[in-house]
Design a protein around this ligand. Structure first.
Ligand SMILES: Nc1nc2c(c(=O)[nH]1)N[C@H]1C(S)=C(S)[C@@H](COP(=O)(O)O)O[C@H]1N2
Ligand SMILES: [Mo]
Length: 246
């Protein structure tokens, strides 16, 4: 059933894009609305079940390009770096049974997973890296999402020049995806500050801006409408698509 819907949507998208029939259909608002809802369905199917390609050790790029807002340079972050992130706690709160704070040592003691995947930035460049960390689904299982939890919101330590913090969100299906990681290591070394130390999100099924660096808090919510400008992420608040599936 799902597959049929997917194929039907692909064909109708192709029609809409490149045939005279498509042009007529394109002008039809009802058809447009139907396409819109089918597109959402495809997103849900691919984003939840599709697997990002995994590569071999030899495919790993030596230098993992650094991108985005500058690495935090405030005294709190400097102190964390100087103390090898010993005082760091990953806060988990919101619609969750067991709120709390996890030290890096606690995260390192949980089952670790390694993936060699490609990071695709929306700007058009890609880089292959080897990531190790805790599956977000294992972390969430440990804290127990409540039935009213629909999204996980990730709060980061960096801010732009307007003092607006970076943040991101995933729905719980995306959060439970087996390749969605709380990454602690990159290319066999502890995550360095520029790549998001001590904990970053790694979401190989979605564009790079979803892979939030310097995560200090995860909040489970029913809706992100009241968080910052309400679009579910720093870039989303400036017009990027919330759904960033590749
Ligand atoms: N906290 C935070 N996370 C972020 C960003 C950012 O500016 N701040 N930029 C995003 C974008 S657009 C990309 S491409 C990647 C870059 O990750 P890298 O520096 O490890 O290549 O981080 C993503 N996560
Ligand atoms: Mo990006």
């Amino acid at each position: 059933m799902n597959r049929k819907l997917f194929i039907a949507t692909s064909i109708s998208s192709a029609l809409a894009a490149c045939s005279p029939i498509g042009t007529a259909l394109n002008n039809n608002q009802k058809f447009h609305a139907a396409l819109g809802s089918a597109e959402k369905l495809n997103h849900a199917l691919i984003g939840t079940r599709g697997m990002a390609r995994e590569y071999r050790d030899g495919d790993v790029d030596r230098d993992f390009r650094v991108n985005g807002l500058p690495t935090p340079s405030d005294s709190n972050y400097q102190l964390l770096v100087a103390r090898h992130f010993e005082p760091y706690r990953l806060v988990i709160d919101g619609a969750v049974e067991r709120r709390g704070g996890f030290s890096l040592a606690q995260l390192q003691a949980m089952q670790q997973t390694t993936q060699i995947t490609r990071h695709d930035c929306v700007e058009g460049w890609s880089v292959i890296g080897k990531w190790t960390g805790v599956r977000l689904r294992d972390f969430l299982a440990a804290v127990g999402p409540r039935p009213d939890a629909r999204y996980a919101v990730f709060y980061c330590m960096d801010k732009d020049d307007q003092n607006t913090p970076y943040y991101e969100s995933l729905d719980l299906h995306q959060a439970m995806h087996p390749q969605t990681l709380l990454a602690l290591r990159l290319n066999d070394a502890p995550l360095d500050p520029d790549h998001g130390a001590p904990v970053r999100l790694r979401v190989p099924t979605q564009l790079g801006y979803k892979s939030a660096k310097w995560v200090w808090r995860i909040e489970l919510v029913g809706s992100f409408a009241t968080i910052y400008s309400g679009a579910g992420g720093y870039w989303e608040d400036q017009g990027y698509e919330w759904y960033a599936g590749i």
